[in-house]
Write a protein that binds this ligand. Structure first.
Ligand SMILES: Cc1cc2nc3c(=O)[nH]c(=O)nc-3n(C[C@H](O)[C@H](O)[C@H](O)COP(=O)(O)OP(=O)(O)OC[C@H]3O[C@@H](n4cnc5c(N)ncnc54)[C@H](O)[C@@H]3O)c2cc1C
Length: 285
């Protein structure tokens, strides 16, 4: 299996900035995340506080970033990472069905908005999943729910409908999937995930649905679910001024590394994280 010097997770300003620096330092790296980049970029009406880009719209900013990545020949994988495991000397990452290895990892996944649903944490791995690609096959012949708020949730739900018996889709934000015999959309607000040993029911503000799994598809997950063992303050990964975490070789930057939530701070921290990863690699030799 190919081993990267640096795996960068997240295609917001932090991850993109880290990628530009890793490229400038001639490292073997992979940029994991949506090819559409962060929805927090494209959704901004107008950005007034990014030096050198006065009064740019979020959409224009996203286009500029895409053009810069293309000009540098930095590919974006389009892959969502569901877990990062520190094995001691290097890291293993689960990206869809693929496993990747890297000597260092930069987490630039943005901060998770909103609260976990009651039952979500308790049933994680027992009928709650954050990755349709990874877990769809476990629910062949079953009915599953999708709570969709990520940019890719609609597509993921359509993929799930090819594998499982029925998909009940609960949109929170983003595009709607195409309805079909196997995929139905419910405009109801999920309020609780219920079960005994495993999940059996999704309770909404309008009733209850019998299901075997709830796929909670957000743009970001809680950091300790993504990287077991990383030190957090809840929503954020704890870092020092070099963007180092408590796990050697693991760095974090941008919103996931704490407030203020700002583009310029995220981009700056992405640059620091990449340079710290480069120093770590040099010291490791
Ligand atoms: C509507 C709006 C307007 C804003 N306006 C401004 C403004 O004018 N000025 C300003 O400074 N800030 C503004 N902000 C804040 C700014 O958007 C954030 O601070 C900034 O985007 C954070 O960058 P980031 O790279 O840390 O994270 P994000 O931009 O959140 O990017 C993280 C990326 O990582 C991806 N990701 C998450 N988990 C995974 C995973 N497991 N695998 C792969 N990819 C993953 C996400 O899909 C996302 O693409 C605004 C925010 C919003 C929502």
């Amino acid at each position: 299996m190919e081993r990267f010097d640096i795996a960068i997770i997240g295609t917001g300003p932090a991850g993109i900035s880290a990628a530009l620096t890793a490229h400038a330092r001639n490292k073997r790296f992979v940029l994991l995340g949506s090819t559409e980049l962060s929805p927090k970029i494209s959704k901004a009406h107008r950005i007034d506080n990014y030096p050198g880009l006065p009064m740019i719209t979020g959409r224009e900013f996203a286009e500029q970033l895409k053009a810069q990545l293309a000009a540098m020949e930095i590919p974006v994988t389009g892959k969502q990472v569901s877990a990062v495991y520190a094995t001691g000397d290097f890291f293993t990452l689960q990206a869809g069905e693929e496993m990747l290895e890297a000597d260092t990892v930069i987490v630039a996944t943005g901060v998770m908005q909103g609260k976990l649903l009651p039952g979500e944490e308790a049933f994680l791995g027992r009928g709650v999943s954050y990755c349709a690609t990874c877990d769809a096959r476990l629910y062949r012949g079953k009915t599953v729910a999708v709570i969709g708020s990520s940019a890719d949730a609609a597509k993921e739900a359509e993929f799930l409908a090819e594998i499982v018996e029925n998909v009940l889709y609960f949109p929170i934000s983003g595009e709607l999937p195409s309805e079909s015999e196997k995929l139905r959309i419910f405009h109801e607000k999920p309020v609780e995930i219920i079960g005994e040993k495993t999940v059996s029911t999704l309770k909404t503000d309008q009733g209850e649905h019998e299901i075997s799994c709830v796929f909670v598809l957000r743009d970001a997950v809680m950091p300790d679910k993504l990287v077991p063992g990383v030190e957090t303050d809840g929503a954020h990964i704890c870092v020092d001024l070099s963007m180092r975490t408590n796990i050697p070789g693991l760095f974090a930057c941008g919103d996931i590394a704490g407030k203020p939530y700002q583009y310029v701070k995220s981009a700056g921290q992405g640059n620091v994280a990449a340079l710290s990863a480069v120093s770590y690699l040099q010291n490791k030799k």
